[in-house]
Write a protein that binds this ligand. Structure first.
Ligand code: SAH
Ligand code: SF4
Length: 357
């Protein structure tokens, strides 16, 4: 949990907090005070914890990375969804998407800077992986979302930048803190982990035997079509993925969702829909269709009637299907449109200018 040899305060366990407080010569109850700031007020900066003695606040600031995540700027689409660009302690940058609706607020967290899977249709993977995020950084994303919403998010989805299951140990710590009664006390049912189908990670998540929602980005009903979307090294056979999905349902006790980005002339034919329906029924999964959000590459979103037809075939088959309503695309905050900006990355001036408008 250390970065540049210091620990991120927001990622500390309760016992680490206590040990730190005692080591700095303070009474134990100070750890509870800090915990209240972190988990109830979503404040990661000791300087903004006024009930701590000033000298102690400064000691904390010097001993820990606090805060680790700094908000650079925000973009909001007319539909209310938006994203924050965040800077990390080593100057890498990521994005956090915020999706408010009248019923619930959803925070969409990033798990890595970049992504090693490099799906051909996704902006997040275009440059590969820069580094994993630490639990403290993911937790600070959550805390920033809470501050933006003015309340603890109702739902968390790990659907931002990165393949969280390739960063399993930090993801697990983050999940433990989000759900721990002494921490953010969320229900695991309110948390969705989305994966490109990384099998070892799905097994590890299933072994936790907790009711996290698992969403698997299938995107194709056959391996041949899928190979056109996801490059080789990190793509697993569909049959193996579905086998693990069955196991996940048994161990975690939760229905799995198959995500399917609908891309024109690639995976949107009636035949694809029929095969997908057969898979969903055989494996008791839900299907979440995501009409493709264009990212400047060669892929296109299908015409509305193609999307409707695809959906109808699934529905008529009896499969449980939902369509992800497009949100935030005017702010480039929709699925697959999140990018990262790293210190050394050559991000074109035009791109920065659009973002900063
Ligand atoms: N790496 C994980 C989670 C992040 S991506 C995963 O791949 O599941 C979250 C979802 O957005 C995935 O289903 C992903 O395939 C989808 N996605 C990526 N780029 C997209 C795009 N341009 N349009 C629509 N969905 C996209
Ligand atoms: Fe990575 Fe997911 Fe994007 Fe694929 S879709 S490159 S796994 S973030």
């Amino acid at each position: 949990m250390t970065l540049k040899s210091k620990t991120i305060l927001a990622g500390c366990s309760r016992s680490e907090l206590e040990a730190a407080v005692l080591a700095l010569g303070q009474p134990k109850f100070r750890a509870d005070q800090i915990a209240r700031w972190l988990y109830q007020n979503f404040t990661a900066d000791p300087m903004a914890m006024p009930n701590l003695p000033r000298a102690f606040r400064e000691q904390l600031k010097n001993s820990f990375i606090a805060p680790a995540v700094r908000k650079l700027n925000a973009a909001t689409a007319p539909d209310g969804a938006g994203k924050l660009r965040l800077e990390l302690p080593d100057s890498e940058q990521i994005e956090l998407a915020l999706i408010p609706t009248p019923q619930r607020n959803t925070a969409c967290l990033s798990t890595q800077v970049g992504c090693p899977v490099r799906c051909r249709f996704c902006a997040s993977g275009a440059h590969g992986l820069i580094r994993n995020l630490q639990a403290g950084e993911m937790l600070e994303e959550f805390m920033l979302a809470a501050r933006e919403f003015g309340a603890k998010p109702d739902n968390v989805v790990f659907m931002g930048i990165g393949e969280g299951l390739l960063n399993f140990s930090e993801l697990k710590t983050t999940l433990d803190r989000l759900t721990g009664p002494e921490y953010f006390a969320m229900s695991p049912r309110r948390i969705t982990v989305s994966t490109s189908g990384y099998l070892p990670g799905i097994r590890q998540l299933a072994a936790l035997k907790q009711e996290f929602t698992l969403a698997i980005s299938l995107h194709a009903p056959d391996d041949e079509t899928r190979a056109r979307l996801i490059p080789d090294p990190l793509r697993f056979p569909i049959a193996d993925i579905l086998h693990e999905a069955d196991r996940y349902r048994e161990l975690a006790g939760r229905m799995v969702t198959l995500e399917y980005a609908l891309i024109a002339d690639l995976n949107d034919a009636p035949e694809h829909a029929r095969k997908l329906a057969a898979i969903a029924l055989a494996h008791h999964t839900k299907v979440n269709l995501i009409p493709y959000n264009e990212t400047g590459g060669p892929f296109r979103r299908p015409a509305p009637r193609v999307i409707e037809n695809f959906t109808r075939i699934l529905k008529n088959s009896g499969a449980a299907v939902t369509i992800r309503r497009e949100r935030g695309s005017a702010a480039a905050a929709a699925c697959g449109q999140l990018t990262f900006f790293s210190r050394e990355k050559k991000v074109s001036k035009e791109k920065r200018a659009t973002w900063e408008e």
